[in-house]
Ligand binder design. Structure first.
Ligand code: PGA
Length: 251
């Protein structure tokens, strides 16, 4: 049985006070949602306060990116060990906004994945195609290239301790969601790609869908055989929307 995970990627939003309101609402909702692994991803300055607001309620805290370097003269960067030190459990690597706006390459994403795991963090590896790539029939080629770069760098065994998020770039923040069938097709293809290396790891790894997940489309997405939850951006900023999305996971 794979875990069902609903993760909130807060991106560069929020303030100390707004985050506290949102976290307080999540803490109150947590006991009824014990069958869902919830993870929130605030920006770096708020990781410590988020961790303490969530103490003991079972909701995990992760960071939105991490340096591929262990330490040194890398002004502005944050290492995986530092994230562990402030009790982060997860980190997003390869989000499409990092890939497109900050020019992160597949090789760099693979290095971040490795750095995260070496420090004991669970990487949430994001993959996904642009609209042009989908229209050109290149969805699988793009997603497989993103996946293969990491498999080649870290080996399939490392996928026993990661989460994958399929996030079609055209669905992120646009209100356009992949249909459950479109998403399921890619999730299944990802699992088959992993199964070429290890059937047992392929069956074990949680693959989340991301891209305009909302309270009204979450249950249909989560009902698909290979969709193990969601990576939620915009809707995770509204506590009640996020809680409703978590409630869409069947017990
Ligand atoms: P969205 O973002 O839910 O706002 O589309 C998802 C993401 O970028 O992880």
């Amino acid at each position: 049985m794979r875990p069902t995970i609903v993760a909130g990627n807060w991106k560069m939003h929020g303030s100390f006070a707004e985050n506290l309101d949102r976290l307080t609402a999540l803490v109150a909702a947590a006991p009824a949602l014990a069958h869902v692994q919830m993870i929130v991803f605030p920006t770096f300055p708020y990781l410590v306060s988020a961790r303490s607001a969530l103490a003991g309620c079972g909701i995990e805290v992760g960071a939105q990116t991490v340096s591929e370097y262990a330490q040194g003269a890398y002004t502005g960067e944050v290492s995986a060990q530092m994230l562990r030190d402030v009790q982060c459990s997860h980190v997003i690597v390869g989000h499409s906004e990092r890939r497109s706006l900050f020019a992160e390459s597949n090789a760099q994403v693979a290095a971040k994945f490795m750095a995260a795991q070496q420090a004991g963090l669970v990487p949430v590896l994001c993959v996904g195609e642009s609209l042009t790539e989908r229209e050109n029939g290149a969805t699988e080629a793009v997603v497989f290239a993103q996946l293969d770069a990491v498999i080649e760098a870290v080996g399939i065994g490392a996928f026993a301790r990661c989460i994958i998020a399929y996030e079609p770039v055209w669905a992120i923040g646009t209100g356009l969601t992949a249909t459950p069938e479109q998403a399921q097709a890619v999730h299944s293809a990802i699992r088959q790609r992993l199964a070429k290396h290890s059937e047992s790891i392929a069956q074990r790894v949680a693959i989340l869908y991301g891209g305009s997940v909302k309270p009204d489309n979450a249950s249909a997405l989560f009902a698909q055989a290979d969709i193990d939850g969601g990576l939620v951006g915009g809707a995770s900023l509204q506590a009640q929307d996020f809680i409703q999305i978590c409630s869409a996971v069947e017990k």
